[in-house]
Write a protein that binds this ligand. Structure first.
Ligand code: KIV
Length: 260
């Protein structure tokens, strides 16, 4: 049975941690799903981990849809959520509805995620949820605002803390079903998690969130550089390099293919 949004809320109430990872193609999605990941995010980190960009800004809605459709083909259980990329929703609620509608119609994703909070984004979230589109919020370090905020921890002053708390509350009141908390002080993430009835999913936000997310390319050691809060569970870069070098040596020495 596929995992539903209702299930995520129930898990928060039961104190059962929610496991989230990102995916950008069919084989990765199939592996994550078979390993029992609860929620698979087609994040706009696709721009950096799969398309080679420096930031998430260049990825387009068409590219997100192309990759989300491939991810969905590999998933049987997990809830698939797809990011709305930079400038596909910030202009107006109508633009957001159009973009989110395309994702739901053209892929098998069940929900969208967008960055930012109060007031404009919360109003957009209300319009989307009213139209029947489930929305995940994202506050704290929001990579689409890198040129304004940088890639550093957010919420380090009283003012910034209360702004992030108010954004999270506004998103929940607008109907978001979950919120990503990225790179904020752990006690602030704990406060937000205790305050909201919807699940919080942390990345660099401490252990008190209702779930955790990592960029899968970081977890697998495919990226050259990882953020300070990421954990590399295996280091695939040298393993892949070794396999490719072995293959190249076999081809050059006519060891591959072998005649049977
Ligand atoms: O795009 C992404 O991968 C994300 C996660 C870091 C939460 O938004």
């Amino acid at each position: 049975m596929s995992i539903t949004i209702k299930q995520l809320i129930k898990w928060k109430q039961q104190g059962r941690e929610i496991v989230v990872l990102t995916a950008w193609d069919y084989p990765i999605a199939e592996i994550l799903d078979e390993a029992g990941v609860d929620l698979i995010l087609v994040g706009d980190s696709l721009a950096t981990v799969a398309l080679g960009h420096q930031t998430t800004l260049p990825v387009t809605l068409d590219q997100m849809i192309h990759h989300a459709a491939a991810v969905c083909r590999g998933v049987k259980q997990a809830l698939v959520v797809c990011d709305l990329p930079f400038l596909s929703y910030q202009e107006s609620a109508a633009q957001a509805l159009h973009s989110a509608g395309r994702i739901l119609k053209e892929t098998n994703a069940k929900a969208i995620k967008l960055e930012g909070g109060y007031p404009a984004i919360a109003e957009t979230v209300a319009k989307l949820t009213t139209a029947g589109i489930p929305v995940m919020g994202h506050v704290g370090l929001t990579p689409q605002s890198v040129h304004r905020l940088g890639y550093k921890q957010q919420g380090n002053t009283d003012l910034a803390r209360s702004r992030i708390m108010n954004e999270a509350i506004a998103l929940a009141q607008a109907g978001a079903f979950a919120i990503i908390l990225e790179h904020i002080p752990h006690d602030l993430a704990a406060e937000i998690t205790a305050k909201l009835a919807i699940p919080t999913i942390g990345i660099g936000a401490g252990v008190d969130c209702d779930g955790q997310v990592l960029v899968t390319a970081d977890l697998l050691g495919l990226t050259k550089k990882q953020p300070p809060f990421a954990k590399t569970y295996t280091n695939l870069r040298p393993i892949v390099t070794q396999a490719v070098e072995n293959y190249a040596a076999d081809v050059r020495s006519r060891q591959f293919p072998k005649l049977d």
